[in-house]
Design a protein around this ligand. Sequence first.
Ligand code: FEO
Length: 397
Amino acid sequence: MNIKGKVHYVGVNDRVKHRFEGLWFLPMGVSYNSYLIDDEKVALVDTVDVAFFAEYLEKIREVIGDRPIDYLVINHMEPDHSGSISLIRKYYPGVRLVGNRKTFEMVQGFYGEPTGDDIMVAEGDELPLGHHRLRFHLAPMLHWPETMVSYDQTDKILFSGDAFGCFGALNGAVLDTQMNTEPYWPEMERYFASILGKFCAPVRTALQKLGGLDIAMICSTHGPVWTEQTPRAIETYRRLSHGENRPGVVVCYGSMYGNTQRAAEAVAEGAARAGVNDIIVHNLSVSQPSFVLADIFRYNGLAIGGPTYNGGLFPVVEDLLKRLAGREVCHHHLACFGGFTWSGQAVKTITAYNEKMKMTPVGCPVEWKQGTGAGTLAQARKLGEALGRAVLDGTAC
Ligand code: FEO
């Protein structure tokens, strides 16, 4: 599929995998994007998951027939993109891999591929292809240590690796101008929260570094190719990496027998009384973590509650806290609540996690022994009201 001049899309759709990285739910599937530049020298930019190699090879041959591939540019080594390196080398024995020092350590480590006549690049190095000329920029921890981007100076195309990518398979078209992109924007936020949420600082550094480039098109490794909507894709990543959120409350709870659930409903009622319109309630035993994380990145208020369980916190609630502690989500107001039967640990544990999360605590935590009576629910409503007022006072803490 031609996307501009000599540049072709040869990526594939995965509509089978349930969870990306074994973790993140994929209701719209995911695409593994790869690009072929059919110039005097032929360059392939990234590969695809090896499970799709037969289809991938067909797509490559549709473009270049029996011509050899001269270069395989490796922007990222996670196996959804590097998985076909060994087979590409087998089918195109003259291909020269192009990557940085860390790339080649991983090529050897993952695939046992020796470095042959390959090309090791550093920041700013260039690769002429004929009409096109690629320049390489290192973008470490976006989201692996070896990640880099390749900029085509001729057509101003940024081959960005995972950056500016999103979940969602491509349904026929590849270019943003040829599709309704609306379903992909929430999937970009969910992708960011799940995959890049820990690496906000490196994303900010990369955005600053790339800020001087004249970018007409972004070819990432997942999701649509951005042309007219390039500014929106860049702005979305900028906003998320700076922790910019909007007023709203996400109530996350786990509940065994309904007491914490009643408290969660009361917190939500309180936030609504305070005038908050965007309130989302997640039962963590039901909601998928990536959707919960995306909502937490989106809004500036968070309420977390759970019962004490086996002398600690209810596992699904602790799981969320672990995920949050490993991400940059500090621009939030936090309210917490939790129950116990004989020895309270829930609120203590949530509070301890907040030492890492660094959210701004709001109100008095609501804690109850055994059942949630009318008094506890009134306190939970008050807590929700306090959280609601805090989130409406300002979008940043
Ligand atoms: Fe799409 Fe980090 O791999």
